[in-house]
Design a protein. Sequence first.
Length: 167
Amino acid sequence: MIGRLLRSADFERVLRSPTQAKSVHFAVHHVADRPSAPAKPLVQSKPTELSTELVSGVPGAVDDCQHTAPVGGLCAAPEALAGLWLGAVVPKRHARRSVTRSLLKRQIRAAVAGHEALLAQGLWVVRLRAPFERAQFPSAASLELRNTVRAELAQLIGQAARRAPRA
């Protein structure tokens, strides 16, 4: 499963690293690390009684996790922190319409998911570095744009997977 990068500190850390691969429109950055911990520690609340019965085989309440680290508000074991974490940077200056930015982010996530087995663990950021010509792709939801982005990203992610050191 691929986690999402959410904190700006993680994005900054990955974007400071050298580019793993780049194409005409995209660049890929990688850091073999885990996402940073939240700035504020999780506040321990008073234990409350649940209105439902405890069922065997089902873990307790999320607030009861003491030996684990919170990930995105969820309780996860430390070994669950290892894995693949993805961030997508699609600036408004390169994709003016929100529908275009959304399409590009979905395509980025799909391309990385398709190459998940080949990618090294760590933090990955795919960044749009140049706009797609609006004259060539007048519709943001056009099949031509979708196919062009998909093909370019597949080639780029494959290239980045070969260059990134495997753990």
